[in-house]
Ligand binder design. Sequence first.
Ligand code: NAD
Length: 366
Amino acid sequence: MLEIKASETVKEGSIFGQITTMDHEQLVICHDQATGLKALIGIHNTTLGPALGGTRMWPYATESEAITDVLRLSRGMTFKNALAGLNLGGGKAVIIGDPRLKNEAFLRRFGRFVQSLGGRYVTAEDVNMKTSDMEYIAMETRHVTGLPEIKGGAGDPSPVTAYGVYVGMKAAAKKAFGSDSLAGKRIGVQGVGQVGKYLIHHLIKEGAEVLITDIFEDKVKQVALETGAVSIEPSMIYDLEMDIYAPCALGATINDETIDRLKCAVISGGANNQLQDESKHGQMLLDKGIIYAPDFLINAGGVINVGAEYLGGYNRDIVMQQTEKIYDTCLITLEKSETEKIPAQQAAIATAKERIEAIGKVKLPF
Ligand code: NAD
């Protein structure tokens, strides 16, 4: 009889091909005819604990786009949670569709799928999902966090995320300029949403010269008025003479085209998946001498906050202290990147993997 090895059935680009390459534990496909729910839950690694990561709702053009997104995002959560010192694994969910489709039944049906995983995956908010959506999900599952404060939750995680990005930026400045002071530094912030807005407040308070941009003109004008930052056209951000570029909008803004144009010493922002191609563009930044503060390292404040809510006994002061440690972790990572001559993203992933491996061994004996 012809023998087929498991590895031979895994084709490049196929679902098993992707989860083998990225080393996922599980990909869950959720469907409900009645509500029209189509969701994917990616569980990357649960060595450290339940896989925590938010749910994103997006009108993906194709199924494969949604699969790639959930796999990349859940893998990123494994490294983010590990590096932040959390006892949580990495997971993420995506719901395919127009966010306006959400309603009580739709979200509760999704909550039941989360519940069916028995705590292997814990959800929270991400793009197009709000704390109020978590309330409906919480009607069907205990494994949800990021609830509104009036419901006993920790509320919007964005201010904590922004604080982590701010201290991470200071560490990157120390590496690049020899001092972590941002006073007088010219910083371009791309995206004045939840994270960007709080970050701008910290930067202005420290005396930085802040240039801000957003695709929504009224939004950027409002933040400029509130903070004293200067608004610029969205297309100008990549050609600006600046000390620090802070991507706080969507991912993949660091790519073949923009790296050539960027004239900054540091890149340090809150957006997820900033490098379009993790290895290629990480190396290009290293070659160009740009200090890059890995996104998943410095934007971990939000997950530190929702993680604390999920694990119980939430204390804001402890959460802020834990978030402040991002400064040291970032500096150590940038030192490692320099000493080992490897991109900072790669250095951060290596440290996260070391922790997962070491703690995994601790758990072996009963
Ligand atoms: P948000 O939707 O509130 O803000 C994003 C802003 O970027 C919006 O104002 C949007 O108009 C703007 N934008 C989109 N495309 C743009 C472009 N091309 N140029 C300029 N502006 C553009 O989202 P957020 O919660 O502030 O999150 C921002 C980023 O940080 C996202 O990548 C998110 O995944 C990541 N992040 C957020 C948190 C959190 O706690 N909110 C935690 C970790 C990571």
